[in-house]
Ligand binder design. Structure first.
Ligand SMILES: Cc1cc2nc3c(=O)[nH]c(=O)nc-3n(C[C@H](O)[C@H](O)[C@H](O)COP(=O)(O)OP(=O)(O)OC[C@H]3O[C@@H](n4cnc5c(N)ncnc54)[C@H](O)[C@@H]3O)c2cc1C
Length: 357
């Protein structure tokens, strides 16, 4: 690393704010570089520059939007994996990971089928695996509990997804992705997004028409408005308050965007869906609705996580792949995390084979 990537090593101990300051850029340029912080979910003062740079490098390299949403990407990967001989079982929730003497011995599905195996790559969060899935519970090592308690959950999305009558231009939308808000001070945005009583002061809005013009019938606009927030304020929402809360948040977020676009499109909404951390948790089982895994912060740095990988491995044959992996969140990053999990299995198999010889 020192020989081939000296700049990587040089900035590893510093936050995004600290490194950006050294460039002596005008404030306007800093403000233009800052909004992407939301896609890694930690204020710039506490966000490791390594993670910020990794995210920005992806953007500078250019981006791709799948024609049939990101689900298309998953379907294509599934096809490729099947061509390589694997089998997919949809609608089969794994209820338990069966462990004996510190080694995986199989899984039990929600339906009750037991499948014997030596290796499991788990997409569910370690929080769920170690607290609800490992059977028997006595096989959960103390270190695993410390690991989940020591990792802070990253942000969860609150989204308003809309189909609106009229073209994007008629609805005041002129870009694929617009970040908007009252301030670019991420500490202030963080303070605001930690509560659900005041309107969100920072949102990211995507109009899919600009990437996939035929994503909706001609003359309609496809729009999503999102904020990414810590889950804590949602944990105390009562069932009877939930739908009112969703409606209020959606309305406030639309109002926030309308300030930018200048067109009040609310009377032309053809379809609307509102999602909160509860929605994500309900539909994909992500722990407390976190889509970004664990936070990357200065006191829980990706390089420290990488260095601790062997120590943070608790049950033989059990690997994890998902946003909760070392590389963190995002669709591309999941391939990196998946590859690391596959390598974990292959290394363990090679070790076992070598020991048997
Ligand atoms: C609205 C929204 C917009 C986003 N936009 C972007 C974007 O533009 N770019 C980007 O890079 N990222 C984006 N993301 C984030 C990205 O989608 C996530 O970081 C990524 O999908 C996380 O991958 P994962 O494998 O951890 O979880 P998931 O993609 O949620 O996959 C986990 C899978 O495991 C399954 N599962 C869970 N538990 C079990 C069990 N016990 N048994 C069987 N199956 C189980 C779930 O059903 C699910 O299919 C967005 C996310 C959201 C919600």
């Amino acid at each position: 690393m020192l020989r081939e990537h000296p700049d990587f090593v040089r900035v590893a101990g510093y936050s995004a704010t600290e490194v950006i300051k050294t460039f002596d850029l005008p404030q306007k340029a800093v403000d233009i570089l800052t909004p992407y912080w939301i896609y890694v979910g930690e204020p710039m003062d506490n966000l490791p520059f390594t993670i910020y740079a990794y995210c920005m490098a992806d953007y500078f390299a250019g981006s791709f939007v799948p024609r049939h949403r990101s689900h298309e990407m998953s379907m294509k990967m599934q096809r490729r994996v099947e061509e390589n001989g694997a089998q997919f079982e949809f609608r089969q929730e794994v209820d338990k990971i069966l462990v004996k003497n510190g080694r995986v011995r199989g899984v039990r599905t929600r339906r009750g089928d037991e499948i014997a195996c030596d290796y499991v790559i788990c997409g569910a969060y370690p929080n769920r695996a170690y607290t609800q899935m490992i059977e028997p519970k006595s096989e959960v090592p103390e270190g695993a509990v410390k690991f989940v308690n020591g990792n802070r959950l990253n942000v969860c999305p609150v989204s308003v997804m809309l189909v609106i009558e009229g073209t994007p231009e008629e609805n005041g939308i002129t870009n694929y992705n617009t970040f908007s808000g009252e301030t670019m001070d991420t500490n202030e945005i963080w303070r605001n997004s930690r509560n659900i009583t005041e309107p969100y002061n920072f949102i990211t809005t995507v109009c899919l028409n600009y990437a996939v013009p035929d994503c909706v019938p001609e003359g309609y606009t496809h729009l999503s408005i999102t904020n990414l927030v810590p889950v804590d304020p949602f944990l105390n929402v009562k069932e009877e308050e939930y739908y009112d809360l969703k409606r209020r948040l959606a309305n406030e977020m639309m109002e926030e965007y309308i300030k930018v676009g200048g067109v009040d499109f609310r009377s032309r909404i053809a379809e609307i869906e509102v999602s909160t951390p509860m929605t994500i948790s309900h539909y994909v089982g992500a722990w407390k609705g976190s889509i970004y895994g664990y936070s990357h912060s200065m006191d829980n740095h990706v390089i420290a996580k990488k260095a601790m990988m062997a120590e943070d491995h608790f049950i033989e044959g059990l690997e994890f792949a998902g946003a909760h992996g070392v590389a963190g969140d995002g669709q591309g990053t999941q391939i990196t995390n998946g590859r690391a999990a596959a390598k974990g299995v292959l290394d363990a198999m090679a070790k076992k084979e070598a020991a048997a010889k």
